[in-house]
Design a protein around this ligand. Structure first.
Ligand SMILES: [Zn+2]
Length: 348
């Protein structure tokens, strides 16, 4: 079958590889939509722990075969990929903390991913979806679950005010979830005007460009004492530092963006955290008990009822054969994009 293989840092290519082996408890998912995640780009630009690696974990398709121990009625079902493969047996899994599993695998980073015509995964790593949900929307359930999970971690409740720092894919998903869940004020920040326009179109009441205005002053002007919850989704040290300035006393700060490893925070961050008695929480992946978590069923329901506008998240639809050029363009910062979606099973 045809796959997109990461073969070295900054080297990705279309290759022919053997068909995946379908184990007894596995299903074979024929991939009809696979979206590029920021972490895929990160692995391409910074390099990965092993090569070759088929990237891709935001995906959906049709189950075309099942192993001997899997439910045969799954054959023919449309499904979204659930990429975390915990062992379901360690102490962390038994406590429902799947993303802290002591022996997990992950589709598209630790085992072959979805930038491929087919991928074999355990049967509990697919979320069956109705046939009428387009594959590209089903593929975006995964990034939606990340945003849904971050708001859970922050204890968000209806009527609260929120600041989303960073209006990339996860930031835009956060804006949409805040709208669906009934935030009374949604403020989105980004240095890219196009991202702010998208955020406004998807539900942000106010958009602020930190390169042009004082975000903390503006948020305090709008809210009095700061927002109930702020979520860092930019992966930017500057955005991270400002979370504590835009959050009200006893409010919650959620960290969702991957920060550069070599950056640091001023200790004034800690002082603000203490003086305001803020709650600070990190987010990793998007799972909760019972497996894979309400994040997944909520996202499917919101995709089906139109609460989430997933098509608006997509900027490019390209054949898998064009993927290497797309990765090069992104790495060179020549391609302004939101979600880029491949259809690996479409043929060349
Ligand atoms: Zn485990």
């Amino acid at each position: 079958m045809r796959v997109l293989a990461l073969e070295d840092r900054l080297r990705i290519a279309i290759r022919e590889v053997a068909e995946p082996e379908v184990g007894p408890g596995d299903v074979l998912l024929e991939i009809h939509a696979a979206a590029v995640c920021g972490s895929d780009i990160h692995r391409f630009v910074r390099g990965h722990r092993e090569y070759p690696m088929i990237l891709g974990h935001e995906a959906a398709g049709i189950i075309t075969a099942v192993g001997a121990a899997a439910d045969p009625s799954l054959v023919g079902r449309h499904a979204a990929l659930v990429p975390l493969i915990p062992d379901h047996t360690c102490d962390q899994c038994l406590a429902g903390r799947f993303s802290a599993c002591r022996a997990y695998s992950f589709v598209g980073s630790r085992r072959p991913g979805a930038f491929a015509e087919r991928v074999a995964v355990p049967a509990r790593n697919v979320l069956p979806v109705p046939d009428e949900l387009p594959f590209e929307q089903a593929a975006l359930i995964e990034p939606s679950t990340v945003a849904r999970h971050l708001l859970d971690l922050g204890g968000f409740s209806r009527g609260q005010t929120a600041v989303v720092l960073g209006a990339g894919s996860i930031g835009l998903m956060l804006v949409q979830w805040l709208r669906v869940l009934g935030a009374s004020l949604i403020v989105a920040t980004d240095v890219a005007e196009a991202n702010l326009e998208a955020a406004a179109a998807l539900g942000a009441h106010v958009t602020l460009n930190p390169a042009k205005v004082g975000v903390a002053d503006e948020v305090r002007r709008l809210t009095g004492a700061g927002a109930d919850i702020s979520v860092e989704a930019a992966g930017s040290p500057q955005a991270l530092a400002s979370t504590v300035e835009v959050t009200r006393p006893k409010g919650t700060v959620v960290l969702g963006g991957n920060q550069p490893a070599d950056a640091s925070l001023p200790m004034s961050f800690v002082e603000a955290l203490m003086r305001r008695e803020l709650t600070l929480t990190g987010g990793f992946m998007s799972y909760s008990a019972p497996w894979p978590g309400h994040e997944w069923t909520d996202s499917l329901a919101a995709a089906l009822d139109g609460g989430l506008d997933l098509p608006a998240m997509i900027s490019h639809r390209v054949p898998l054969a064009a993927a290497p050029a797309v990765f090069d363009e992104i790495a060179a910062h020549r391609l302004a994009h939101r979600k880029i979606v491949f259809d690996p099973a479409a043929g060349s």
